[in-house]
Design a protein around this ligand. Structure first.
Ligand SMILES: Cc1ncc(COP(=O)(O)O)c(C=O)c1O
Length: 388
């Protein structure tokens, strides 16, 4: 009699036991939720009209398999859109993917072999860690300080094949990668023949801060794979993002898709293409910039009034703030807050190694309006007091 094998393969078990990237509670968006934009302000009426137009204009031909790279009209619109990040690419370099997560997964599967080292930010994005695990990569944690990734810790001899970074708004600390470090990172990639995956997930919303050129714009050598997402600028359930890949990688990336998703649903792609082409996207970004500035200000003022032992770090961009906490452990506050239906994640959740962890909370400020945000700050102050 042959012993029954385990339900999952060793790799399957490792993946299934990976820490959940997301700690959100079920239910509608609530204060401090991370990674959720202002869904209450999404122009659903325009979106529904575009949906009707796209469905009505469907022809039998459009029901067949579509382009592996994504719809040309969408890729052209994305190539135009990324000029606002100071970079240029052709539509041929754009590959539409089912969200940044799928882009990370695809890129890491294609660029590393199991056991290869990948430089990851510490603390960092659990989604990137999950994709690394799925591709069988070996993590090389690189600490992040006030100027972003400590690039000086990367050396040619480490055999690192890829560095995964969030330069415009480091996840979770929120700091931008300084210009000298951007240049050193690119110089390292050139010397080491390594790739850099630039996750530019939170670059669209800024608060009195001048954006630095993205790594892709500074890279003369074609070592950067740029990753964009519509999860923050439109909505996360859309599951659409894009990769911009160097010319020499395009063919390989496209052929590899034959083994997985082929391409994201064409109907949603055509809707986003039209949303961009008709000017709704730019209009929406402008409105959201104003709304997020207002929500961030409401958070700042409510925190100052609350007297809670929290100090907000400067917020340069993105949709969440980091608040240092004094006198009580952030994990404890997070648990007490959860009992009171508040979602606050401790910064420590995003560290993988055993090094020192800063005692801070991450506070998303985009998901709800100023009034519920103010009420939530009061509840948070009470949760902190109750956790002492
Ligand atoms: C660091 C980072 N990258 C990417 C994303 C977007 O991921 P996706 O496009 O898969 O929704 C997020 C969302 O919260 C994020 O925090």
């Amino acid at each position: 009699l042959v012993a029954e094998p385990p339900l999952l393969s060793a790799r399957g078990q490792e993946l299934a036991s990976a820490p959940a990237p997301d700690r959100r509670r079920p239910g509608p968006p609530r204060a401090f939720r991370l990674g959720t934009p202002a869904l209450d302000l999404f122009p659903l009426r325009s979106w529904s009209r575009i949906a009707r137009q796209c469905v009505r204009s469907a022809t039998p031909r459009r029901l067949d398999y579509s382009a592996l790279a994504g719809l040309l009209s969408l890729r052209e619109a994305i190539a135009e859109q990324v000029r606002s990040r100071g970079t240029r690419c052709t539509a041929e370099q754009v590959i539409v993917v089912a969200g940044a997560q799928r882009g990370l997964d695809l890129a890491l599967h294609l660029l590393i072999d199991p056991g290869d080292a990948v430089a990851m930010e510490e603390p960092g994005y659990p989604g990137a860690q999950a994709a690394l695990l799925a591709a069988g990569g070996r993590r090389l944690s690189v600490p992040v300080d006030a100027d972003g990734l400590e690039v000086a810790r990367l050396h040619e001899g480490q055999g690192v094949r890829v560095a995964c970074v969030t330069p415009s708004h480091q996840f979770p600390l929120g700091v931008p990668l300084s210009l000298p470090r951007r240049q050193s990172l690119l110089a390292w990639a050139r010397r080491s023949h390594a790739w850099v995956i630039e996750d530019d997930y939170d670059c669209d919303f800024r608060y009195q801060a001048q954006p630095l050129p993205c790594l892709h714009a500074l890279d003369p050598d074609g070592r950067v794979i740029y990753l964009g997402s519509f999860s923050k600028t439109l909505f996360p359930a859309l599951r659409l993002g894009y990769l911009i890949v160097p010319h020499q990688l395009v063919g390989g990336f496209l052929r590899a898709r034959l083994a997985s998703d082929l391409h994201p649903p064409a109907l949603e792609q055509s809707m986003v293409a039209r949303f961009l082409a008709d000017g709704h996207y730019q209009r929406h970004l402008r409105r959201m910039q104003a709304a997020y500035s207002e929500r961030l200000e409401a958070l700042r003022q409510a925190m100052a009034r609350s007297g809670a032992p929290l100090s907000l770090r400067p917020v340069h961009s993105g949709l969440h703030a980091v608040a240092d906490l004094e006198g009580v452990a952030a994990e404890r506050v997070s648990a007490t807050a959860a009992e009171r239906q508040l979602e606050v994640v401790p910064l420590s959740h995003y560290y993988r190694g055993d090094g020192p962890r800063q005692n801070a909370l991450l506070l998303g400020f985009a998901a709800v309006g100023p009034r519920p945000l103010r009420a939530a700050v009061e509840k948070l102050a009470q949760a902190i007091a109750a956790s002492r």
